[in-house]
Design a protein around this ligand. Structure first.
Ligand SMILES: Nc1ncnc2c1ncn2[C@@H]1O[C@H](C[S@+](CC[C@H]([NH3+])C(=O)[O-])CC(=O)[O-])[C@@H](O)[C@H]1O
Length: 330
C-alpha cells in the first residue's frame, strides 16, 4: 500500500501539524476503499522500481532524473516498459535515466509563463491543488521550496507521481495526497497556494476561491490559473453540456469577472499576469498519451472554436494575496 507515514513525520513539527488531527482518518478510509481494483496492480509495478540513486537531478530547468549513463540498454528498456504501464501520461515532460516521457501537455511551458511573476518560492511551504502527476511540484522544489504538498483525487496521477519519486529519491520534501480540495480543513498555513486548471471543474467557483484562501496564511500568495473568455466583469460562460468534449466544465468567467470574484473572496493585490490561448503544440497526442487531444476538441473548420462552438481554450493566470485571517463571508 502507498504509505503516507513520511508525510505525517514531515508535518509533525511544522505549521501543518494540526492537519494530523483529521488527515490520517481520511487517508485511512481512502486506503480501505482502494484495497481492490487497479491500485494494487499499479502498486506491484511501483514496488519494482528499485534503481540506483540517480547520478544527476535537474529540477530547476526541467524534471530530469539520472543522466542515462547508469543503466545498461536492457535495464533501460525494462524501466521504460514499467513506466508505460502508467499511460496515459498527461502532465510533464519527465526525463528518467535517459527515457523521455513525452506527455500530452508541455506543462513546462505553463511554468515558464508564470514563474517570472511569482514571489520567490525559496523556503516556502507550498500547496498545489489539482497537481496532476506532480510535474509543477518538482519545479517548485527546484525553486527552493521547503515543502511542496499536492492534492489530486486521481489514483493514476498519484501512481505516476510515486513512480517519479521512487526514481528521484524518497527524501525529497514533496508529497501528493489523493484528496479533493473539499476534503481539506481550513489549514491557514501555506505560504503559496496554486490552483491551476481546477476552477472550471468546480460547480461553485467562489467557494473554490474561499477554500483556497482558507489554506493560505495571512499575507500568503494565491496563484490561480483557469480557462477564461473575452468580456466584461459580468461575462461568464456556462456550457450547456460539454466544453471541448469535457463533461465537467461549469464556469468560464472573463478575466474581469474573475478579478471581481477574487475581490469578493477577500483577496487583495490582484494581478492578471498572463493570458494565453492554448496552442496545438502545447496540448497534443504523443507516444505516451496516444488518445484524443486538443486538435480533436476543436472545430475542424475553425480552430478558434471548440467542437461545440464555444471560444477555444484561453487561460488566464492571476496572482493575489490573502488579506486577513479566515472569516466567514456567508
Ligand atoms: N475537487 C478537486 N480537488 C483537487 N483537484 C481536483 C479536483 N477535481 C479535479 N481535480 C484535478 O484537477 C486537475 C485538473 S488538470 C490541471 C493539472 C495541473 N494543475 C496543471 O495545471 O497542469 C486540468 C488541466 O489540464 O488544465 C486534474 O488532475 C484533476 O484530477
Amino acid at each position: 500500500m502507498i504509505s503516507f507515514s513520511s508525510f505525517y513525520k514531515q508535518i509533525a513539527d511544522s505549521s501543518l501539524q494540526h492537519w494530523l488531527e483529521t488527515l490520517p482518518a481520511i487517508l485511512g478510509q481512502w486506503q480501505r476503499e482502494h484495497k481492490h481494483g487497479t491500485l494494487p496492480k499499479w502498486e506491484k509495478v511501483l514496488n519494482k522500481l528499485h534503481y540506483p540513486t540517480p547520478d544527476t537531478i535537474d529540477l530547476k530547468n526541467s524534471v530530469s532524473v539520472g543522466s542515462g549513463q547508469q543503466l545498461a540498454k536492457g535495464e533501460r528498456e525494462k524501466l521504460e516498459n514499467l513506466l508505460r504501464i502508467f499511460q496515459p501520461w498527461r502532465k510533464g515532460p519527465f526525463s528518467v535515466h535517459g527515457i523521455d516521457i513525452d506527455t500530452e501537455w508541455r506543462s513546462d511551458w505553463k511554468w515558464e509563463r508564470i514563474l517570472p511573476h511569482l514571489s520567490s518560492l525559496n523556503n516556502r511551504t507550498v500547496l498545489d491543488v489539482g497537481c496532476g502527476s506532480g510535474y509543477h511540484m518538482w519545479r517548485m522544489l527546484g525553486e527552493g521550496a521547503k515543502h511542496v504538498v499536492g492534492i489530486d483525487p486521481s489514483t493514476l496521477f498519484l501512481c505516476q507521481f510515486e513512480a517519479i519519486k521512487r526514481l528521484a529519491g524518497d527524501h525529497h520534501p514533496v508529497h501528493l495526497l489523493p484528496l479533493g480540495i473539499e476534503e481539506l480543513p481550513p489549514l491557514d498555513a501555506f505560504d503559496t497556494v496554486f490552483s491551476m486548471g481546477v476552477l472550471y471543474h468546480r460547480r461553485s467557483p467562489i467557494d473554490h476561491l474561499l477554500q483556497l484562501r482558507d489554506q493560505l496564511r495571512t499575507g500568503g500568495e494565491l496563484v490561480l490559473e483557469t480557462l477564461v473568455i473575452d468580456g466584461d466583469e459580468n461575462t461568464v460562460l456556462v456550457p450547456e453540456d460539454r466544453y471541448g468534449k469535457m463533461n465537467n466544465v461549469w464556469f468560464l468567467p472573463s478575466a474581469a469577472a474573475l478579478e471581481l470574484w477574487l475581490k469578493k473572496a477577500d483577496f487583495i493585490d490582484i494581478k492578471c499576469v498572463d493570458i494565453d490561448v492554448t496552442s496545438l503544440a502545447e496540448q497534443r497526442s504523443t507516444d505516451w498519451m496516444p488518445n484524443e487531444s486538443l486538435v480533436d476538441y476543436l472545430d475542424p473548420t475553425n480552430v478558434d472554436l471548440t467542437i461545440e462552438g464555444y471560444p477555444a481554450p484561453k487561460r488566464a493566470t492571476f496572482i493575489a494575496t490573502k488579506n486577513q485571517p479566515n472569516k466567514d463571508l456567508t
